[in-house]
Design a protein. Sequence first.
Length: 347
Amino acid sequence: MRKMITFRNKKDTLSLQMERKSLLIIGICMVLVLIASIAGTSVGNDFISPLNVLQTIFGLGTGDHDFVVLTLRLPRVLLSLLVGAALGMSGALLQGIIRNPLASPDVIGITGGAAVAAVGFVTLLGGTISIKLLPLFAIMGAMITAIIIYLLAWKKGVSPIRLVLIGIGVSAITGAGTTFMLILSPFYTAGQAYIWLTGSVYGASWTDVRTIIPVIVIVLPLAIWFARSLNAQEFGDDLATGLGVTVQRHRSALLLCSVLLAGAAVAVAGTIGFVGLIAPHIARKLVGRMFGSMLIVSGLVGALLVFAADLIARTVFLPLDVPAGVFTAGVGAPFFLYLLFKNRNQF
């Protein structure tokens, strides 16, 4: 009995230490995001001091920097952070659902579905209906693709490995569909769509920021609530069911959350790849495998990754403005190959 009490006390102490560490990491990441917001708005063709940036944001400036800060830079910085957060959390949810370290929205075809819908909208409906409907079409494309993947993977429930294999196949199909749409589109439209497909927050506006914020605000609490069941699902569906988890219902809800986050990100920034793959791995290194904390840290890490990629894209190669997706792919593709090699004996 005494040994059992001692073990329980040690377990509670360890759990408390992990919670404190997670809160500390989350706090540090939030501070870094705040610093990134100010620093990113300061840097550009002309450097604006952080103090002037803050004064302009709060309406205390002279007005000299209002256009540059409030119209050009701040929306772009905020959009890069929000897109990265959405992709990071979407990838964390998918990796938890599928129990596969190689899973991410772009790998299993969700972002591909959003992309083919968006390019189809630009190619077939561009100029006939408002471009403001583009985000809606992208989210619908992601949703329809996820439903198709889920239905094809269903066989007395959804097996994680079956889900990822079918997702990779659907991803190839959506890629072919996107290429076909680009061939059909006019030259000027194809050029615009190609930059969007590479992934960029160039030309970001407050409309884009307002488009993605409600999705994150609504989905995040739901994702945190349902993500608690992923801790049990890691031990297998049978054990999770024995612990009282309605596995298929929770898995469907979490997949929906992941799709909404990825679809909203693609709608406003195009297909910025590999963020949903990298961010969860970094988060697990920082806070462990408890999904509540890991999900939040994945979002914060994803935000910093896309922000850093976009900052490099718009400052290092001046006067060129390179799409941020070029840099995330440059880091993410080797990382994907590394994970594939590391886990080669598991497949």
